[in-house]
Design a protein around this ligand. Structure first.
Ligand SMILES: NC(=O)c1ccc[n+]([C@@H]2O[C@H](COP(=O)([O-])OP(=O)(O)OC[C@H]3O[C@@H](n4cnc5c(N)ncnc54)[C@H](OP(=O)(O)O)[C@@H]3O)[C@@H](O)[C@H]2O)c1
Length: 195
């Protein structure tokens, strides 16, 4: 069974790009970049939303990860601009489930926030790796767009880099397995009934 990792650069206010899609405010040099490039070797497929894919196509790049099996999620792209890129318009969750069934390496969720929310809501994201840059974007596109309810994460690893970037690795707790309410969660258990 493969796992799906959302590996993404973010500001401390949880933005992956400015409203105009620019992201030049991230620290883009240093050991965390080398680590990211090495981590990409662990994947054998990548999935991304149409808006993320367009960052490349706007500058003529139609297959940004040529060594990975590439899926772009879109209802508006009629025909893939690249023979090695598959456009998926429906059944995204089913596609990811079937990719996960295959033997092999891991699936890279490249972004963006909208696709991440969809896959999180379907309990299909196993891990989130945040490359947290020491910057406040001020406004922009959220690392995960609006979701129906909170999703708990467990911090499993972290690395603090000299350039101020902190890489945080989280395991996503299954949403289908809702924890029982406890006093710590702030919810008062129902009163005991006397017979
Ligand atoms: N900082 C980073 O590491 C990083 C990484 C990735 C992206 N980004 C940035 O994030 C921004 C894009 O993120 P975003 O959240 O706005 O958009 P996104 O998730 O990349 O793309 C959204 C689009 O994907 C399609 N889509 C998503 N979920 C779908 C579903 N369940 N079924 C069918 N289609 C679906 C739709 O395309 P259609 O409208 O065509 O139907 C939707 O409009 C860009 O600015 C990019 O630069 C940053």
């Amino acid at each position: 069974m493969q796992s799906l990792t959302y590996y993404v650069a973010t500001s401390i206010d949880g933005k992956i790009a400015r409203p105009d899609d620019s992201f030049d405010f991230f620290v883009n040099e240093g050991e965390h970049v080398t680590d990211y490039l090495a981590a990409l070797k662990a994947f054998d497929s990548v999935i991304m939303g149409r808006r993320t894919y367009e960052i490349g196509t706007k500058v003529g790049v139609t297959n940004p990860y040529p060594w990975l099996e590439t899926y772009v999620v879109s209802r508006s792209i009629e025909k893939s601009p690249d023979p090695n890129v598959t456009v998926v318009s429906e059944g995204v969750a089913d596609l990811v489930r079937s990719l996960k069934e295959r033997p092999g390496r891991r699936i890279y969720l490249c972004g963006g926030g909208r696709l991440a929310a969809h896959l999180l809501e379907h309990d299909l994201v196993d891990e989130i790796v945040l490359k947290l840059s020491p910057v406040i974007a001020g406004d922009g596109i959220s690392v995960v767009s609006a979701m129906d309810r909170p999703t708990k994460l467990a911090l499993v690893d972290h690395k603090v880099h000299d350039n101020g970037v902190v890489v945080l690795r989280y395991r996503v707790e299954r949403r289908s397995r809702r924890p029982a309410p406890t006093a710590e969660s702030g919810r008062t258990p129902p009163p005991k009934r006397s017979s």
